[in-house]
Design a protein around this ligand. Structure first.
Ligand code: DGJ
Length: 602
C-alpha cells in the first residue's frame, strides 16, 4: 500500500568512508513521522558502533516539561513530568527489555499543556530492548531530545561493506494537548503497526486460570472452570503456567515444552477437544526465553543460557535466560512450541518473567552484539509464529507489563498490561498505558476479591468497567461465584459485545487525571461521533463530598444524545460544558458507565 513516503538524507564521512542515512517516513493519513538511521561501513577497515540513536530533535526552548512513564512490577506506567533544564534528563533501560521501570516514551510539552491544549512533541521507540531517551537544554537554551538503543552493552562490529539499520522512533506532534497526541498514536498503531487477523476484530472474551489455581490444576479443574465459564458466555479458556515439564512451582520445568500428562490427567489433544466441545477456544501460556536449571533442557544444554563464564549466574524467579542471540537455540525452542500449537491452540500468552543480566553468549564472537542480537532472536521467533499461525491470537506479557512496547505490538496485538488486577490501581496503570497504546492492545481481566495483589475489595461492576477498558476477560474461579454474581457477569458480557467495536476502534479521551482526581474517568467516541461510552470509577469517597463534574469531550455540538439505559436525553453542550456529577451513589469505589447515542432528527 502506498501509505507513506520516505526522505533519505545521506551524510558521508570521507575520512573513514562511513555513510549514514537519516530516514524520515511520513504517514500523512495519521500525521506521524518515523525516524531511524542506517549506517554503512564504506571504508576498508572494520569499525565498532558504540552509540546509534535513531532520532534527535533540536528545538527552540519553549519552557518545556518532559513527560515520561516510570514504574515497577504491578505499578507500570505511572506519569512523571519534570522541567527541562541544563544538564541531561534521561529515561532508560539496560535490562534487555523495555522494562517495568522506565518506558521508551518521552514527550515535551509547553507550560499549561493539558489533555486538550498546548504543544506536545513526543518520541516513542519501536523496540523492545535496551533504550535511552534524553533531553537537555544547552548553553543557548536550545533543547535537544534523543532516543535510541542504549549505548551501554552495545558495541556493534561492522565489517567493510556491512550495514546496520537502527530501529524506528515514532515522532508525534500535537498542538491540542496530550489527548490529541494519544489519539494520533492510537490511530498510527491501529492502522500501520498492529497486524493479525484480530486487528479489527472483536477479541474473544477469555478466562485465564492463573489467579484461580496458580500452579495447582489438572484437566478436571480446567474443565470445571471452562464449563461454568461457557455457561456465562465466556468464549475461550487460557491454560496458564504449569502444564509442562516438572512444573508445580517456579523452581523447575521451564524449557521442557512437553505436556505433563501425569499432572494434567490426560493428553493436551483430549483437553483441547473437550474445551472445543464446550463451544470454547483454547489458549495456552508459554515462556520460550527462559529455563530453570532443574529441567531436562538445562541438563542437556547448559551452554545455552546467558551467564558469565566462571561466575554464579544471577537468578530471578529461580530461572535463567536462554541465549536467544543464537539461532540454534531459537530453532530448537520454536520446534518444541510448534508441536504444542499444532494441536489446535487458538491463542498464545507469551510471557517473560525476568530481565536480562549476565549478558554473555559463549557462542558470540563479539559480546557487544549480544543485547541487540537477543532482541533480533526474539523478533525472529515471533515472526515465525505469526507466519506459521496467522490465525492465532498472541498476547504479549512480561511479568505483567514489563515489555509493553511498540516493538512487541508488531507481533502481539495485545499485551498483558500488569500483574496487578486490582481495579483501582488498574485505573492509574491503564491511564499511563493509554498515553501511547490503543485500548485494543491493553490486556485487562476481572479477578476475584479481595484482590490478590492489594487485598482490596471492589464491586464486580467496578472490576467489569475497568476490564472493559481493555481486552476484556476473567481470571477467577467461577465456582466461587454466587448466582447473583453469575447473572451480573452474563450482563457484563452482553455489554461487552455491544461496546467492543466502540472500545476497540473509537477515539479515546482521558477525562480526569486519576493520580490527582477523586474520580478516574475516560470515554470512547465513535469516528462519526454518534456513539459515546463514558466510564468512571470513584477512587476516593468522603463525607459531605464535593461533587466532581466530569465533562465529556469530542461530542457534536448542538446535538442531543440519549443515554441508553435511562433513556434520558441531554444536550451535547450540557454534557461537555457542565458534565456528569460524581459520585451519585454511596460507597467506596463505585463505577459508572453511561452509553449515549446521538438523537437523529426525524
Ligand atoms: C506472570 C504473568 O504476568 C502472570 O499473568 C502469569 O502468567 C505468571 N507469570 C505465570 O507464571
Amino acid at each position: 500500500q502506498d501509505v507513506c513516503s520516505s526522505l533519505e538524507i545521506l551524510c558521508e564521512d570521507s575520512h573513514t568512508g562511513v555513510k549514514v542515512w537519516m530516514l524520515y517516513t511520513v504517514f500523512e493519513d495519521v500525521d506521524i513521522i518515523t525516524r531511524s538511521v542506517k549506517i554503512l561501513n564504506g571504508g576498508k577497515e572494520e569499525l565498532y558502533l558504540t552509540k546509534v540513536f535513531s532520532a534527535c530533535l533540536d528545538m527552540d526552548n519553549r519552557d518545556f516539561d518532559a513527560v515520561s512513564l516510570h514504574g515497577s512490577w504491578a505499578r507500570e506506567r505511572q506519569i512523571q513530568s519534570v522541567p527541562v533544564s541544563h544538564g541531561k534528563f534521561s529515561v532508560e533501560s539496560v535490562r534487555g527489555e523495555s522494562s517495568h521501570q522506565d518506558h521508551p516514551f518521552m514527550a515535551l510539552k509547553t507550560k499549561g499543556t493539558d489533555q486538550d491544549q498546548g504543544e506536545v512533541y513526543g518520541m516513542h521507540f519501536v523496540y523492545s530492548g535496551n533504550f535511552k531517551a534524553t533531553v537537555h537544554s544547552d548553553q543557548f537554551d536550545q533543547v535537544r531530545m534523543t532516543m535510541g538503543i542504549h549505548p551501554e552493552g552495545f558495541r556493534w562490529k561492522l565489517l567493510p561493506g556491512e550495514e546496520f539499520q537502527a530501529p524506528e522512533v515514532v515522532l508525534v506532534h500535537s498542538h491540542e494537548g496530550l489527548g490529541k497526541m494519544t489519539r494520533t498514536l492510537h490511530d498510527f498503531y491501529r492502522k500501520h503497526l498492529i497486524r493479525s487477523v484480530y486487528k479489527d476484530q472483536k477479541r474473544p472474551i477469555l478466562i485465564n486460570n492463573w489467579e484461580a489455581t496458580y500452579f495447582d490444576f489438572n484437566t478436571d479443574k480446567l474443565i470445571s472452570i471452562a464449563r461454568q465459564a461457557a455457561e456465562l458466555g465466556i468464549e475461550m479458556l487460557v491454560m496458564d503456567d504449569g502444564w509442562f515439564g516438572k512444573r508445580d512451582d517456579d523452581n523447575s520445568g521451564l524449557g521442557d515444552w512437553y505436556v505433563n500428562e501425569e499432572k494434567l490427567g490426560e493428553s493436551l489433544q483430549d483437553l483441547i477437544q473437550r474445551i472445543n466441545g464446550l463451544g470454547m477456544k483454547f489458549g495456552i501460556w508459554i515462556e520460550p526465553e527462559s529455563v530453570n536449571e532443574d529441567s531436562n533442557l538445562f541438563q542437556e544444554h547448559p551452554d545455552w543460557v546467558m551467564r558469565i563464564p566462571g561466575r554464579n549466574p544471577v537468578r530471578a524467579r529461580n530461572q535463567l535466560v536462554l541465549d536467544f542471540s543464537r539461532k540454534e537455540v531459537v530453532d530448537y525452542i520454536f520446534e518444541q512450541i510448534c508441536k504444542i500449537l499444532d494441536l489446535g491452540v487458538e491463542y498464545v500468552k507469551w510471557d517473560m518473567n525476568r530481565s536480562l543480566a549476565d549478558v554473555y553468549s559463549c557462542a558470540a564472537k563479539d559480546q557487544g552484539n549480544v543485547f541487540y542480537d537477543y532482541v533480533l532472536g526474539l523478533y525472529d521467533f515471533l515472526e515465525r509464529l505469526v507466519q506459521r499461525y496467522p490465525n492465532i491470537l498472541i498476547e504479549g506479557c512480561c511479568g505483567g507489563g514489563g515489555r509493553f512496547d511498540a516493538g512487541m505490538l508488531y507481533y502481539t496485538p495485545q499485551i498483558w498490561c500488569s500483574d496487578n488486577t486490582d481495579a483501582v490501581d488498574r485505573v492509574r496503570i491503564q491511564y499511563g498505558t493509554s498515553f501511547g497504546y490503543p485500548v485494543s492492545s491493553v490486556g485487562s481481566h476481572v479477578s476475584a476479591v479481595p484482590n490478590h495483589q492489594t487485598g482490596r475489595s471492589t464491586s464486580l461492576k467496578t472490576r467489569g468497567v475497568v476490564a472493559m477498558a481493555g481486552t476484556f476477560g476473567y481470571e477467577l474461579d467461577p465456582g466461587m461465584l454466587t448466582e447473583d454474581e453469575k447473572q451480573e457477569i452474563r450482563s457484563q458480557i452482553e455489554q461487552y459485545h455491544r461496546y467492543a467495536p466502540l472500545i476497540q476502534n473509537g477515539r479515546y479521551y482521558r477525562l480526569t487525571n486519576p493520580f490527582v482526581s477523586e474520580a478516574g474517568a475516560w470515554e470512547f467516541v465513535s469516528e462519526d461521533q454518534k456513539e459515546v461510552l463514558f466510564q468512571a470509577v470513584m477512587l476516593e469517597i468522603h463525607g459531605n463530598m464535593t461533587v466532581n463534574y466530569v465533562r465529556l469531550k469530542g461530542l457534536k455540538r448542538d446535538c442531543l444524545y440519549q443515554e441508553q439505559t435511562s433513556g434520558r436525553v441531554y444536550a451535547a453542550d450540557a454534557l461537555m460544558e457542565t458534565g456528569i456529577p460524581l459520585p451519585t451513589a454511596f460507597g467506596e469505589y463505585q463505577a459508572y458507565q453511561y452509553y449515549f447515542k446521538e438523537v437523529e432528527e426525524s
